[in-house]
Design a protein around this ligand. Structure first.
Ligand code: PRP
Length: 176
């Protein structure tokens, strides 16, 4: 695909303001409670880093997962596995999963259903972008940055062929 332009969708300022709001909500919910925050690589890394820095909560552990989906190159398949699993046990913990985007929902369905079997006290989900157009399974995130109906978006961790992840805003890829 030849890219004609990256059309701004959410500016860096808007993203940072929303991240601050979410961080305050998360701080309030887990006040006084230890929290394990799990970043879903690769896409989650920007939102995760911004979110944990914006949080005042200081009794926090962090961990990382990396998932792979096999099948069609253009849409997430049903076959999802761990490339890298969590290293810290979830047993008895309040756990918050942080991810850049829900699209079909298949990735989060796999991850949340898998983690739900590991004895966490609570399991919640924070998403920067909740995109609805291609949703195949119902996922209800507990914290949502922005909702979008459609669009091929990049930035804030989201890529097109591994490009554009580090852009501080969200952009729609407009092809030639
Ligand atoms: C993207 C995104 C989510 C997933 C959402 O990850 O980061 O993990 O797709 O899609 P779904 O709701 O349709 O399952 P991707 O597989 O591109 O990997 P990446 O995070 O390494 O970019």
């Amino acid at each position: 695909m030849v890219i004609k332009e990256l059309r701004p969708v959410f500016s860096p300022e808007l993203v940072q303001n929303r991240v601050q709001e979410l961080a305050a909500e998360i701080d309030a919910l887990y006040k006084g409670k230890p929290l394990l925050i799990i970043c879903v690589l690769k896409g989650g890394f920007m939102f995760f880093a911004d979110l944990v820095r914006a949080m005042k909560h200081d009794d926090v552990q962090v961990d990382f997962v990396r998932l792979s989906s096999y099948g069609s190159a253009t849409s997430s398949s049903e076959h999802i596995t761990f490339n890298k699993d969590v290293e810290i046990p979830l047993q008895g913990k309040d756990v918050l999963v942080v991810e850049d985007m829900i699209d079909s929902g298949l990735t989060m369905q796999f991850l949340l259903s898998t983690l739900a079997q590991r004895g966490a006290k609570s399991l919640r989900l924070a998403i920067l972008i909740d995109k609805h157009e291609r949703r195949k399974v119902e996922i209800k995130p507990d914290f949502v940055g922005f909702t979008l109906e459609q669009g091929f978006i990049v930035g804030c961790g989201l890529d097109y062929a591994e490009r554009f992840r580090t852009l501080p805003g969200i952009y729609e890829v407009i092809p030639e």
